[in-house]
Every structure is written in structure tokens, then in C-alpha cells.
Design a protein around this ligand. Structure first.
Ligand code: ASN
Ligand code: ZN
Length: 326
């Protein structure tokens, strides 16, 4: 039943488990090896398996424990990411064998302050509550998708988190995060897809619609680059991600890269672009893949899926050329 209230995605239908004492826990046994969400209890190292519970399985109601709110969004984000990976990328979770998705919310910094971040730690997701000023709880669909995608990358291409492979690692997390937001938006009218990353959680009070990153216009954050010619001046992974982020945007939507003025005349749409980039990540990319090799990997993936002479292959090439990757 669509009766669970999230912070960022309106009403949703969470899968939960009835416990021996009659209350319900955020443990979804219907997807692969499971999707579970736990409380890190404001520690910097998440551990323990005390589940969030709800007496009547209607989550996020007025009067419910306020600590469950961020947990509802993290649980929904992990469920939608599982479904996206399965339905769009054709893969059963991170390892392809139903790997359990474990999330912790209320993860704090080591000094005890609220964390304005979220991260994949090699085996699970960790979400901070935000400081309430720069960010709310970092549990939006695109952030959940981004962090879980770090797990997918680790289990597949294994892109090293530094240099060009690091920029690609970050970009593929933004790409899959955007895919999860897009996927959920087809099922849930309260979810709006856009090309911003983290907008729902970012500076909640200022109303400006700003975001952590902008895939359609990477330089809008004042930090990222959108063209390979500018890679040498921005090698940090969250800044160089703009190169492949913009290539992905261009192949999906069409349009022009702002630095080169080159672009793609009409995009191929999100379903195809996600399948191409997802297949490149999981079958062709390796720990040291460069931007040029990522181009080749996506061309190969598009060739497998749509044929060597397909318009999809041509547009993938055009998009990389537009961002300066030959
Ligand atoms: N939120 C950051 C990210 O996923 C944290 C990190 O792992 N570098 O990119
Ligand atoms: Zn990341």
C-alpha cells in the first residue's frame, strides 16, 4: 500500500517485515538477498542490527518517532536502486547474485557532529543527517543511487578512485543516481526527475533550487569541468566527473557542450543511455580505465546492444567528441 511518507519522495510503498512482537521492521525480504535499513545511532562507525520499527506498518506518520524519517527515505532509495539495477541494467544487485543492500542512517562525523555527506564503505551505505543549513538528511533518491552505485562499480569495473578512473568512478555514480531518480519518477508522481544531483537535500532553506552537481551544465557548481581540455586543472574526482556526466547528458537528451559548442542532435533517451553506460561499466571497464577507454567501452556496449551502424553508436561517439574525449 502506498501509505508511507518520505521526506523527499512523497508517499511510497515500502516493503517491510513483521517481527515476532507484532511490530514491523525496515527489512525487505522481497528483493534479492534483502534490503535492510538500520540506525547508526549517531556514531561515526555504523554497526548493529537494531531495526527501525513501526507498530502499524504505516511509516512516517505524524506522531511516529522522528528518527525513522531519514530511514524511510534511505530504505526507499535502496529499494528503487535495486529495482533500477534489475529492471533497467538487467542485473541482480551489486554482485549479480542478489547481494543484500544494507543502509545505515544517522551516521555522524568522528567529532560527533552531524555529517553533511553520505558514502559507500565497501560493504554498506552510510548516510549523514546533514547540518540542517547546508543540507538535510542525505537520503534523496539520486544520492542513494549514487552511493549504492559505488558498490556496483567496486564489484565490477573496480575503477580506482583517483585520476581519470576516479573521475569516471564518480561520474558513473552520478549517472546511476540520475537513473534511479528517473526510474522512480515513472512510478511515483511525487518524484521529479532532473539533471541535478542531490537537489532535494541541498541547502533546504534557501529555496534556490541549487544542487551538489549539474550534469547538464557541470561548471554551474563553480568547481566541476565539462571538457577534457580542462581536465588538467581539475583532477579531483568530483570535479572531473563533469566530463563524463556531460557526455551522458548529451547522449541522453541531445544538446551542446558549453565549452566546445559541439553536441548531439537529439538524444536517445534514458532507458537506452543507461543500458549502454551500465553495460560498459559492468563488462568492459577495468580499474585503470581512462576517459578515452571509457569512450571505447561505451561504443562497444552500444554496438552489442544496438549494432555497429546504429544511431545509438553514432550519438555515443558524438557525445564523447563534444566533451573532448576522442
Ligand atoms: N559523498 C561522497 C561520494 O560518494 C563521499 C565519498 O565517498 N567520496 O562521492
Ligand atoms: Zn561518489
Amino acid at each position: 500500500k502506498v501509505d508511507d511518507t518520505t521526506l523527499y519522495s512523497g508517499k511510497v510503498d515500502l516493503s517491510t517485515t513483521k517481527q515476532a512482537n507484532g511490530s514491523y521492521a525496515l527489512e525487505d525480504k522481497s528483493r534479492g538477498g534483502g534490503v535492510v535499513t538500520y540506525d547508526a545511532k549517531n556514531k561515526s562507525t555504523a554497526s548493529g542490527t537494531t531495526p527501525f520499527t513501526d507498530a502499524n506498518d504505516v511509516w512516517g506518520e505524524a506522531g511516529d518517532n522522528a528518527r525513522t524519517k531519514a530511514a524511510v527515505d534511505a530504505h526507499y532509495g535502496a529499494e528503487m536502486t535495486y529495482d533500477f539495477i534489475k529492471d533497467v541494467l538487467g542485473r541482480d544487485s551489486l554482485d549479480g547474485k542478489g547481494e543484500k543492500l544494507v543502509s545505515y542512517v544517522h551516521v555522524n562525523e568522528q567529532d560527533g557532529s552531524a555529517m553533511v555527506n553520505a558514502y559507500w564503505d565497501g560493504e554498506k551505505m552510510n548516510y549523514g543527517d546533514g547540518d540542517g543549513k547546508n543540507a538535510g538528511p542525505l537520503t534523496t533518491l539520486d544520492i542513494a543511487g549514487h552511493e549504492i552505485a559505488h558498490g556496483l562499480t567496486e564489484r565490477t569495473a573496480g575503477l580506482i578512485y583517483d585520476g581519470e578512473s576516479g573521475g569516471l568512478n564518480e561520474s558513473f555514480s552520478d549517472i546511476i543516481g540520475s537513473g534511479v531518480e528517473w526510474y522512480a519518477a515513472q512510478k511515483n508522481k511525487s518524484v521529479q526527475f532532473d539533471w541535478k544531483v542531490g537537489e532535494d537535500a541541498w541547502t533546504p532553506a534557501n529555496g534556490s533550487g541549487d544542487a551538489l552537481r549539474y550534469m547538464d551544465e557541470p561548471t554551474k557548481d563553480g568547481y566541476s569541468v565539462d571538457h577534457y581540455s580542462n581536465y588538467p586543472k581539475q583532477t579531483e574526482v568530483h570535479g572531473s566527473s563533469g566530463i563524463a556526466n556531460n557526455a551522458f547528458y548529451l547522449v541522453t537528451e541531445g544538446g551542446k557542450n558549453r565549452t566546445s559548442g559541439l553536441g548531439v542532435d537529439g538524444g536517445i533517451g534514458m532507458d537506452k543511455s543507461q543500458k549502454i553506460f551500465g553495460r560498459a561499466l559492468t563488462t568492459y571497464m577495468t580499474p585503470n580505465t581512462t576517459f578515452a577507454q571509457a569512450r571505447e567501452a561505451t561504443v562497444k556496449a552500444a554496438t552489442d546492444l544496438y549494432g555497429a551502424k546504429s544511431v545509438e553508436v553514432q550519438k555515443v561517439k558524438d557525445a564523447w567528441t563534444a566533451v573532448g574525449v576522442k
